[in-house]
Design a protein around this ligand. Structure first.
Ligand code: ATP
Ligand code: MG
Length: 338
């Protein structure tokens, strides 16, 4: 860890290694992480243990995606000299902290976490929800608290997790009368949600409406061609709807020339600008945005051993940082017997 970063605030985030990262992840969290690595001591966790809470039947999928996600991180510009990249399941203090924190929340509170409720519904679990999945917000609280994170950049679906973490921190500090744990603050991304190419509210790999950071140019072109626009914009001369039109949402997020985008929006709105033309412009802009990422990814992919070595080094740093917090936690509880 860079000693100059000693007194900087700490940021923690992560992703589940269940798939490659897409443009939604970029606007939702990667862009913020690139900023934060300049201003904070940043930890970025590959959350394999959390992924197992609903993927226990396919650990090989998780194993394979550890490298893929690490490649995405390095390709977008997360710098291991500035950001500690690590693997969650290799940090033993995390499950131990989770165990203690589980005693500070009620089952009733867990059942009412809105994000978990929605996910249980989406996954069709009903009463058959894995117990590990049910309590994953507390494991997430342990991740955040273990690194004494001041900031957690998140999409809006993760806000209930930060709220839950703050509750755990307050309860712990009050109960054991020590200000050991740090209350995290969520940093909400400016554009909380990127829609899918099908116009659905959220780009998501399981909805198969995502453009991945690693997609080849041809795949990007095909996906943009298939994009949902304004269904009532049937003829070029008709006025089209800009609001809720994902082509313009993507241009807002990834286009460089804001003036040109404003002009295109006005033109589309009054009629005379076709979907083919705006998609062609979006294609160019997206390909330009993705090209350096794809190139960098290809370079890193030539040396998977080197990438795993980066993760190993980061994980060693994470093990030490979390162990330090765990020692303080045990001290506060008076369970430091020897
Ligand atoms: P899955 O289909 O398995 O749910 P996903 O593609 O939706 O995968 P997640 O792993 O659920 O991706 O997303 C991790 C985090 O990335 C989310 O909590 C959210 O903060 C952010 N994120 C994901 N998709 C988007 C999106 N479309 N826009 C903004 N942020 C996103
Ligand atoms: Mg999701």
């Amino acid at each position: 860890m860079n000693p100059q970063k000693k007194n900087l605030p700490i940021a923690l985030t992560g992703d589940r290694p269940t798939g490659k990262l897409h443009l939604g992840h970029y606007v939702g969290s990667l862009a913020a992480r690139l900023r934060l690595q300049e201003e904070c001591k940043q930890f970025v966790m590959i959350a394999d243990a959390q992924a197992l809470t609903d993927h226990a039947h396919e650990p090989q999928l998780i194993r394979a995606h550890i490298l893929e996600v690490a490649l995405d991180y390095l390709a977008v510009g997360l710098d291991p000299g500035k950001t500690t990249l690590f693997i969650q399941s290799l940090v033993p203090a995390l499950p131990e902290l989770t165990q203690y924190f589980l005693n500070l929340v009620t089952w009733n509170r867990l059942k009412h976490n809105p994000t978990v409720k929605l996910e249980i519904q989406q996954k069709g679990y009903g009463e058959e929800v894995p117990a590990g999945f049910m309590v994953y917000p507390i494991s997430q609280a342990a991740d955040i608290v273990a690194f004494k994170a001041d900031f957690v950049p998140v999409g809006d679906d993760q806000l209930p997790m930060i709220e839950q973490t703050v509750e755990v921190v307050r309860k712990f500090n009050r109960l054991y009368q020590k200000d050991v744990l740090v209350e995290p603050k969520a940093i909400s991304s400016a554009q909380a949600r990127l829609p899918g190419i099908d116009g659905k509210a959220k780009m998501s790999k399981s909805l198969q409406n995502a453009i991945f950071l690693s997609d080849e140019p041809d795949v990007v072109r095909q996906k943009v061609q298939r994009m949902y626009t304004d269904p009532n914009h049937l003829r070029v001369e008709d006025p089209g709807k800009v609001e809720g039109n994902p082509v313009f949402t993507y241009l807002d997020a990834f286009g460089k020339d804001k003036e040109k985008i404003a002009e295109l929006k006005a033109h589309y709105g009054r009629g005379g600008l076709g979907d083919v033309a705006i998609k062609k412009y979006l294609m160019e802009e997206l390909l330009e945005f993705l090209e350096p990422i794809r190139k960098a990814r290809q370079e890193f992919a030539k040396d998977p051993g080197g990438v795993m070595q980066i993760l190993r080094k980061g994980t060693e740093v994470a093990i030490e940082a979390a162990a330090c917090t765990l020692r303080e936690v045990r001290e506060a509880m008076g369970t430091n017997y020897f």
